[in-house]
Design a binder for this molecule. Structure first.
Ligand code: CP
Length: 314
C-alpha cells in the first residue's frame, strides 16, 4: 500500500479515508521513536513558521503543537484571542491574512465556531490545522486516542476489527466524540455511545454507531471506554437535573469500574472533572491511559505538521 499524502490542511477526519488515517498513525509511530533519542529534534520544518492561534483556552493541544513544532525545528509564535486585534473587531480571515503576510506557513486554529478551520483552509495557501472547532471536530485528539488504543492493545496496521469502544458522556456537544467516531468506525471498530438521552440522542446511530443509555449493561462488553467531560460552556440549558445525578447514573465510579474487563482501557481527552465523570482513583489507576494519550499527542501532531507541510511544499 502506498499513500501519498496530498492534503495541506487537516480540518476533520470525516473526509479522510481509512488509508489516510493509517498513514498518519504510522508516521506518528516513526516520530514517537524520535522522542526516545537523546537529541529529540529533526530538521524537517527548519525555516518554516508556525502560528498557534487559540481563540478558546487549551493546555494539552496548544503545548503539544508548540513542542511538536520545536521538535521539527520550526519557528513558533503563540497567539490568543484576548491578546490579538480580534478584540478590536478584526475578522478571523483578516487576522489570518496578516499572519500570512508575516510569512506564517502553518496556522493551528482553535475556535468556538464549527467550520472556522475549513473556512480559512479554503481561502489561504498556508496549512490550516484544526485544533478544535466548536462542537464539530478535534481531529488530532481522535488521532492520538486511536494511536493510544493501537499501542496499548498492540494492534498492528491500525486494524480495529473486533474491538468494541464505548464513548460515554456529553456526545451532543463533543467535537472529540465526532472525530473519534469517524476514526474508529473507518478503522473497523464497533462504537457504542452512552449517556443521558438528552446528550446522546438515538439519531446519532446514523453515524454508524450504537446508542445505549444503560451504562451498567455496557461496561462488561467493552475493550475501551472513553469518557467525556460535561461541556457546560457549550450548553444553553440544563440537560440533566444536577451533576450529582449525572455522576450517580453515568459516572465511572469505583463500583462501576469493577464491572469492566480487567484489560479494558480507560481514556479521557482531558481536562477531567474528578468526581463527576470519573472517580479520582480510577483516573489515576493502572488501567487509565489518560497521560499516555497526552504523550502520544506530541508524535501525532509532529506527523500532522510534517505531512501537511510536505503536501503544501509539493
Ligand atoms: N483534550 C484537549 O483538547 O485538551 P485542551 O483543551 O487542554 O487542549
Amino acid at each position: 500500500m502506498t499513500t501519498h499524502w496530498k492534503r495541506k490542511d487537516l480540518t476533520g477526519l470525516a473526509e479522510l479515508s481509512a488509508e489516510e488515517i493509517r498513514h498518519l498513525l504510522s508516521t506518528a509511530t516513526a516520530f514517537k521513536e524520535v522522542g526516545t533519542r537523546q537529541i529529540k529534534k529533526v530538521p524537517a520544518l527548519r525555516g518554516k513558521t508556525l502560528v498557534n492561534f487559540f481563540v478558546e483556552p487549551s493546555t494539552r493541544t496548544r503545548v503539544s503543537f508548540e513542542l511538536a513544532a520545536h521538535r521539527l525545528s520550526a519557528d513558533v509564535v503563540n497567539m490568543t484571542a484576548s491578546s490579538s486585534s480580534l478584540t478590536k473587531g478584526e475578522t478571523l480571515l483578516d487576522t489570518a491574512k496578516n499572519l500570512r503576510a508575516l510569512l506564517a506557513d502553518i496556522i493551528i486554529l482553535r475556535h468556538s465556531s464549527a467550520g472556522a478551520a475549513q473556512f480559512l483552509a479554503e481561502r489561504m495557501d498556508a496549512c490550516i490545522i484544526n485544533a478544535g472547532d466548536g462542537a464539530h471536530e478535534h481531529p488530532t485528539q481522535a488521532l492520538l486516542d486511536t494511536f493510544t488504543i493501537c499501542e496499548a492493545k498492540k494492534l498492528t496496521g491500525a486494524n480495529l476489527k473486533g474491538l468494541h469502544v464505548a464513548i460515554l458522556g456529553d456526545i451532543l456537544f463533543s467535537r472529540v466524540a465526532r472525530s473519534n467516531i469517524h476514526a474508529l468506525t473507518k478503522l473497523g471498530a464497533k462504537v457504542t455511545l452512552c449517556g443521558p438521552p438528552t446528550l446522546v440522542p438515538k439519531e446519532l446511530e446514523s453515524l454508524g454507531v450504537h446508542v445505549t443509555h444503560n451504562l451498567d449493561a455496557l461496561l462488561p462488553e467493552v475493550d475501551v471506554i472513553n469518557l467525556l467531560r460535561i461541556q457546560h460552556e457549550r450548553q444553553r440549558k440544563e440537560y440533566f437535573p444536577s451533576l450529582g445525578e449525572y455522576t450517580s447514573i453515568f459516572g465511572l465510579t469505583k463500583q462501576r469500574a469493577e464491572k469492566l474487563r480487567p484489560d479494558c482501557l480507560i481514556m479521557h481527552p482531558g481536562p477531567i472533572n474528578r468526581g463527576v465523570e470519573i472517580d479520582s482513583d480510577i483516573a489515576d489507576s493502572g488501567r487509565s491511559v489518560i497521560l499516555d494519550q497526552v504523550t502520544n499527542g506530541l508524535a501525532v501532531r509532529m506527523a500532522v505538521l510534517y505531512l501537511c507541510s510536505g503536501a503544501r511544499g509539493n
